[in-house]
Ligand binder design. Structure first.
Ligand SMILES: [Zn+2]
Ligand SMILES: [Zn+2]
Length: 445
């Protein structure tokens, strides 16, 4: 390296290091963040019902000096901190928990029950770790508010409801997230999980997760006596054949190596053993990475379902209803490349890894589709010793949505806050023009 290059490298490194929060900054906010975590973990709320959760987060952010608007797209909140000229950077957390009964045995395990939208009594648990995300966002918010001399621009923090039902992002956008408030130049989010040990973050440039489609199929037959099948058209037999033929889409139709998941999560038909019912219903989830594979799989589902019904002489075509869906989250590659440096400077080079795309889906993609480049990264959540043991034994640790999901909170939360502050300070020290130059075109994938 020439002396001039060495000097540039040294100053860039020093600059990146300066973006990480100091140990003093981190420890000054950690008790607040951890207390909020424990409170939220013990008081989880279902999707679109996060009223107390939103109120608690809103109050803390207001206390930290943010200009907070509540009830954006339902229970959503938007917290703005203006700090001179510069870009607008959004950091998002989800607010919702899941209908899961916690079985972690932790002293702070959730014992909450609530009524779901169908009026059933269900247990509620932060089984996806959104409580970690909210606590991390609070710690980050406090550090950013206390260190306005280290960045400039507008920081926009959002608490998004109903991620688990893939409706909250859409709801906030529909309620003017990007028109009533500044439209961000970059949107950032993280997700805690069991793919990495606590202390590590994973960055996945390009496609981060899957396109998701939810489909409801109703097969119509002709009901009658179970002892007189010749007078009926049995929808259960049609459904059984349909289930098996649908499994040939991934194995026989889609090119080997391309991801295509077709899961039939329920199949409901009939009430009594000696009655042939007149219809059968099934629910599917379909996951793909690429748009063309997605269209191929959805077309094949329609073709097979109609053909199986026709083959059986069904009196009516089946109804095929795609009632929910979201696109894959796309990480702008130039942005992902750029943000590795501050993450490595903040956490250590060996603590920032390149992650593989994952199969669960997420509605963060709605923000990206509004023309906002996204940076969505993974936060390791597993006790490092348990992670090493599981890897050596070839076993799987409880994943998100499991009743046993229990992030190793102290290291995960410290890492989450450190990573968020480093990323935000980096972006909020860049000119809007330079951020726009980074904006790569989304390829048709
Ligand atoms: Zn989840
Ligand atoms: Zn989640």
């Amino acid at each position: 390296m020439t002396p001039a290059k060495l000097l540039l490298f040294a100053s860039l490194t020093a600059f990146a290091c300066a973006q990480a929060p100091t140990a003093k900054e981190l420890e000054s906010v950690y008790p607040d963040a951890h207390a909020l975590y424990l409170d939220l973990h013990q008081n989880p709320e279902l999707s679109a019902h996060e009223t107390q959760t939103a109120a608690k987060l809103a109050a803390r952010l207001r206390g930290a000096g943010y200009d907070v608007t509540e009830h954006v797209g339902g229970t959503g909140i938007v917290a703005i901190l203006k700090n001179g000229a510069g870009p607008t950077i959004m950091l998002r957390t989800e607010l919702d928990a899941l209908p899961v009964e916690e079985k972690t045995g932790l002293s702070y395990a959730s014992k909450v029950h609530a009524k779901d939208d169908a009026g059933r009594d269900v247990p509620v648990m932060h089984a996806c770790g959104h409580d970690v995300h909210m606590a991390s966002l609070l710690g980050t918010a406090e550090i950013m508010a206390h260190s306005k001399d280290t960045w400039h621009g507008t920081l926009m923090l959002i608490g998004q409801p109903a991620e688990e039902t893939i409706s909250g992002a859409k709801g906030m956008i529909g309620d003017g997230l990007f028109t009533r408030f500044p439209k961000p130049d970059v949107a950032v989010a993280l997700h805690v999980g069991n793919e990495q040990p606590a202390g590590v973050v994973a960055v996945t440039p390009g496609v981060y997760n899957t396109n998701s489609d939810s489909i409801r199929i109703t097969i119509y037959g002709k009901g009658g006596h179970g002892a007189s099948p010749h007078t009926t058209v049995d929808p259960i037999v049609i459904a059984a054949r349909t289930v098996l033929t649908l499994q040939t889409i991934a194995s026989r139709e889609v090119k080997p190596g391309e991801l295509a998941i077709v899961t039939i999560g329920y199949l409901h038909a009939g009430l009594k053993n000696n009655i042939i019912p007149d219809q059968a219903e099934m629910g599917l989830t379909v996951r793909t990475y690429k748009q063309d594979v997605r269209q191929q799989v959805l077309a094949a589902i329609t073709r097979i379902t109609k053909a199986e019904a026709a083959a059986a002489g069904a009196p009516r075509e089946p109804s095929i209803d795609r009632y929910e869906g979201t696109d894959s989250v796309y990480n702008d590659p130039a942005l992902a490349q750029r943000l590795r440096a501050p993450l490595e400077a903040a956490l250590g080079k060996d603590k920032v890894v390149i992650g593989e795309p994952i199969t669960p889906s997420e509605d963060f993609s709605y923000f990206v589709e509004q023309g906002v480049p996204g940076f969505y990264f993974s936060l390791g959540g597993v006790d490092p010793d348990k992670f090493a043991q599981a890897r050596a034994a070839g076993t799987h640790l409880p994943s998100n949505h499991s009743p046993l999901f229990a992030p190793d909170v102290d290291p995960a939360l410290h890492t989450g806050i450190t990573a968020e502050v480093a990323v935000l300070r980096n972006l909020l020290n860049t000119s809007t023009e330079d951020l726009h130059k980074l904006k790569a075109e989304k390829p048709s994938h």
